[in-house]
Design a protein around this ligand. Structure first.
Ligand SMILES: NC(=O)c1ccc[n+]([C@@H]2O[C@H](COP(=O)([O-])OP(=O)(O)OC[C@H]3O[C@@H](n4cnc5c(N)ncnc54)[C@H](OP(=O)(O)O)[C@@H]3O)[C@@H](O)[C@H]2O)c1
Length: 345
């Protein structure tokens, strides 16, 4: 057995899907994390060359189908970077083979899928986490500290927005209904997660309106409201039609905290502004690689057999609210939900 500086055995990671995003962000993050090693990459048989190229560039082994990677007994952790429609089945299969799993967001497009994964993880005694990388960036913790310190009084309104543009005809999985495309499960899940995180509970009611770019078959933009009761609400919008914007704002009784670059990339500083009657205060949060912080945190949870930062309960709630937005937009009305408490930062 190989041991690591991080304490305990080296975790060998295998990646399903040789995507360029994964090769750019996730594989270097694994390589930079003490005690983690990128061991294998798999593509579908018809794209075996992709896994070959990426594996060679990262000194890993290439598998010519996903099943053989999941079956490979040398793999400890499977990272699932497949289209949204494939997340549940491959996560369950990897857990059943005794692997720990870090699965790209959304874990599932509805609560039932999360429940299936939770059960498979319980039976296999393995750790699974949804890759909500932004939660690992120090600026989210700093925003939570400012809120908890009373800097803006009591939280009343959360506004969150995540938009980026996807070109029609690009073959992008986000425009393909059968692969789980659509703005809700691509970037909307992030915007939904922000108010759940900062209010620390689920909304009582949600309402959404979707727009659809002609010819795509998926919702490409959305505006939604969430009612958390007692005068607390969220207003979110998200899109795969618009120019880039990723931001959130916490409006309190005494002021506002704005996180300008909420899903910051590894080489970009974060920026938080606190506005109160006393004036404006700016804080720069030094650049941090949230992909690497996520890998390190997940590896620690696996080794120490502790609950990961993004819990299965978190994933269930985000999936439940995302599905409620879809239902609301289809029905053209307000959806009432149970208001179970969630754990705040
Ligand atoms: N956390 C983040 O920052 C972030 C950023 C981007 C994406 N994501 C998530 O990562 C996942 C993949 O997104 P992506 O942008 O990387 O997608 P992508 O570039 O289209 O890659 C998806 C990969 O899935 C595999 N695949 C399996 N069945 C497929 C099918 N029927 N059609 C197309 N590809 C198929 C392909 O790998 P092979 O050809 O090698 O088999 C392909 O490279 C999504 O769940 C997305 O939400 C997360």
């Amino acid at each position: 057995m190989t041991t690591s500086d991080a304490g305990g055995k080296v975790l060998h990671w295998g990646v399903l899907g040789a995507t360029s995003y994964i090769a750019t962000h996730l594989m270097p993050a694994i390589a930079q994390t003490p005690g983690c090693e990128l061991a294998a990459v798999a593509s579908r048989p018809e794209h075996a060359y992709r896994a070959g190229e990426v594996a060679q560039a990262h000194g890993a082994v290439a598998h010519q189908d996903y099943g053989s990677l999941v079956d490979d007994p040398r793999i400890d952790v499977v990272y699932i970077a497949l289209p949204n429609s494939e997340h549940i089945s491959w996560t369950v299969r990897a857990l059943e083979k005794g692997r720990h799993v870090l699965v790209e967001k959304p874990m599932a497009m509805g609560e039932d899928g999360c429940a299936r994964i939770e059960e498979a993880a319980r039976v296999a005694s393995r750790t699974v986490m949804e890759a909500f990388m932004y939660r690992f960036h120090p600026q989210q913790r700093r925003a939570a500290e400012l809120l908890a310190s009373g800097a803006i009084g009591e939280l009343r309104v959360v506004r969150a927005c995540f938009a980026h543009g996807i070109e029609s005809g690009s073959g992008n999985i986000r425009l393909e209904p059968s692969l789980g495309g659509g703005a809700t499960w691509d970037v909307g899940c992030y915007a939904v997660d922000v108010p759940l995180l900062f209010f620390g509970r689920e909304p009582e009611r949600v309402s959404a309106r979707f727009s659809r770019r002609p010819g795509t078959g998926v919702e490409t933009s959305a505006v939604a409201t969430m009612d958390f009761g007692d005068g607390r609400s969220a207003v979110i919008d998200y899109s795969i039609d618009y120019g880039p914007r990723a931001w959130y704002e916490l409006q309190g009784t005494q002021g506002t905290i704005t996180v300008r670059n909420a899903w910051a990339m590894a080489d970009e500083d974060g920026e938080i502004t606190v506005l109160t009657a006393d004036g404006v205060h700016h804080e720069t949060i030094p650049a941090a690689n949230h992909y690497q912080l996520q890998v390190a945190s997940f590896a620690r949870a696996v080794r120490e057999e502790t609950t990961p930062l993004v819990t299965l309960a978190d994933s269930r709630r985000t999936a439940r609210e995302g599905a409620a937005l879809v239902t609301s937009a289809a029905a053209g009305g307000v959806i009432t939900l149970g208001a179970a408490a969630t754990q705040a930062l």
